[in-house]
Design a protein around this ligand. Sequence first.
Ligand code: WT7
Length: 653
Amino acid sequence: MTMSETSNQLDTLLREQRTFAPSEEFTKQANFNDPGVYERALQNPEGYWAEQAENITWFKPYDKVLEWNPPHAQWFVGGKLNAAYNAVDRHRQGPRKNKAAIIWEGEPGDDKVYTYEMLGREVDKAAHMLKSLGVKKGDRVTVYLPMIPELPITLLACAKIGAIHSVVFGGFSAKSLQDRILDGDSDILITADGGFRRGGIVPLKANADEAVEGTNVRKVVVVQRIGEKANATMVEGRDVYWHEEMAKAPSTPCPSEEMDAEDILFLLYTSGTTGKPKGIVHTTGGYLVGVNTSMRSVFDLKDEDIFFCTADIGWVTGHTYIVYGPLTAGATVVMYEGAPDFPERDRFWAIVEKYSATVLYTAPTSIRTFMKWGPKYAERHNLDSLRLLGTVGEPINPEAWMWYHEHIGKGRCPIVDTWWQTETGCAMIAPLPGITTTKPGSATRPVPGIEAEIVDEEGNAVEPGHGGYLVIRKPWPSMLRTVWGDDDRFQRTYFGQFDGIYLPGDGAHKDEDSYFWILGRIDDVINVSGHRIGTMEVESAIVDHKSVAEAAVIGRSHEVKGQAITAFVTVKEGVETSPELVQEIKQHVVEKIGAMARPEEVIFTAELPKTRSAKIMRRLLRDIAEGRVLGDTTTLADPSVVESLKNQYANTE
Ligand code: WT7
C-alpha cells in the first residue's frame, strides 16, 4: 500500500464521530487512572521505565537505565535476571503458589489447569531435560508445536537455562521451518506427533522430518499429542519422546541462569520487503519490563483477572500476551488449542463462560467472522464475567468495533485497540482503559513512555488532520535489538529513512484531537487475517512452480481477512492455463510457505503491466483487483496489457 492509496480507507474512518469515555466505575478501579502519567513519562521516559522495572525481580540491580547508541539500545545495563524466574518461580514463593497460572483447553474438549507451583515443576523438569540433551546457554532451540501446554513449558525451560527459543508457527510448511532452523543455526527441534485443527490432524512430525534434512539438527524431541492416529515415525538416534525424557529428568528444582539484561531471550521470524524472513531479536530485561508494564497499563490486569488471548504462541502476540506478559504479572491465562468454530461457532464464548474470563484479546478478522456468523452464538453464553476487550493485528473497522462493543462487551466493556509489531515487543499505541476516551477504529495515542509521531517525507510531525509515516522517536525497553545475523538489514530497514528514528512501516493519520488512525503497511507486506506476509516471499514461491514464468502478488481489500492475496501470473511458453493449474499454483504456495499465504485468486495474464524501466506496477494491479477506476497509466510500457488484465480479472469472479 502507498500513502495515496490509504485515502480510501481514511474517508470511512474519518466519518466516525462516536466517542466512548471510560465509566467512572472503571476509572476508579483502574491501575492507571491519573492522566498526568502521560506528561510525566514524556518529561522523563527513563524515570518512567525505571519505575516500571521495579515490578520485575532482578538478581542484580542494573547500573544504568539506557545506553543509546543509535540505532542500538541497551536497557537496564548491568542488570541480571531470569525470565522464567520472573514468570513462574517468584510466584511459587508467595500467595500465588497455588493460583492457576495456565488454564488450557484442548480442541477435542480435554482441559488442564496448571497452578504456578505445578507449572514451575514442569518447567524445572523440562529445563533438566534440555540440559541432558546437550542444550547450553545461548543455543537456539527451534520450537514447532501446536497450542498445547508443552509449548509455554518449553519456552520457559529455555529461558530458565538461558537458551534462545525460536518458535515457528505450526501453520508454516516444512520449507519455512527449514529456512528458520538454518538461519538460526539451531541443532535441536521440539515438535509434536501432530496437532488438532478443526477436528483434523496437522502433520507436524512429517513436516519436521522433511525440514531437518540438510540442517544441523541432531535431536528432535516429540510430544505425543495425537498418539497412534498421527502415524509419526521416529528416527533412531535422533528422535526422542518428550514424555520419556521428562520421566527421566530429576524432579529437583533447576537453578535459573543469571542472564544479563541484554542477553537474548528469543528470536521470532517475521516477513519483510525481501523474500527472506527476518529473525527479530528480543533481549531479556527490556522485553520483560515492557510486556509486564502493558499488562498493568493497557490491560489493567489485577490478580483476580482471567486473561483469554486467542492468538497462537507461534506469533508475537502469544509470546507476549499468553506467556511472558500474563505470567510475569502473576495472572491466570487461558490458552485454547483449536479453531473458533469447532465443534461449533460458539467455542470462544463457551470458553469465556466456562472459565469466567474477564479480559478477551482477539483479532479484527475474528470479530468480522463472528459478525458474519451472527450474534446468536455469543447469545448462547453468559459473558457477564468480561470487563475489558482488546484487539490486535490490523486496523479494526468501526463496524467491527461497534459489533464487539455491543454483542460481546454488552456496551459495558472498554475496548483497547492495540497497535504494535513483532519488532516492538508489546503494545505501543493503545488506550489506557481507565483514562482514554476511545473512538471506534482508532488505536488512540501512544502509551506512556512511547514517543510515537506521524511525520512527512522530511521527518517533520504532521499537523492534526494530516497523515504520513508512523515513527517512534525514542528507544523503548522492549524494542528489537537487531535482526539475527544481519545487523545491516536491521539498520537499513528500521533506521534507514530517518536518522535514529524507528520506522515501523505503517502509514497513519492524525485527527483533530491528535488521535492516531493506523492505515496499514506502506511497504510490500500484506496483512492477511493479521498475519504478515511478504509479497516477495509469495512471488518466489509461485515462480518456483515449473509452469510459471513470472508472478506479481498484491494484497487487495477483503471483507473478513482485511487483505487477501491476488497473484497475477504469466506462464512459460507452451504451457496451457487451466483451472487445475490455478489449484496447483495455490497448493505450491501452501507447500512452500504455509496455508496462510495461499492466494485467494490466481489470474493468468500474457504480460504484467510494467513501467518503461521494467518495474511491475503493483498499484495498477491493486486497482484492477479492487475494481477501482484506474489511476495514471502514462508510464506504462504497453497500455493494452491493462485492458486484457481487466477482462481476465472480471472473468475469474
Ligand atoms: C503489523 C505488525 C502485534 C501483533 C500482531 C501482528 C499491523 C498490528 C494493529 C492495530 C492497525 C495493526 C501493522 C503492524 N497491526 N496491530 N491495532 N491497528 N494495524 O504483529 O505480524 O509483527 O505485524 O500489523 O501493520 O505493522 P506483526
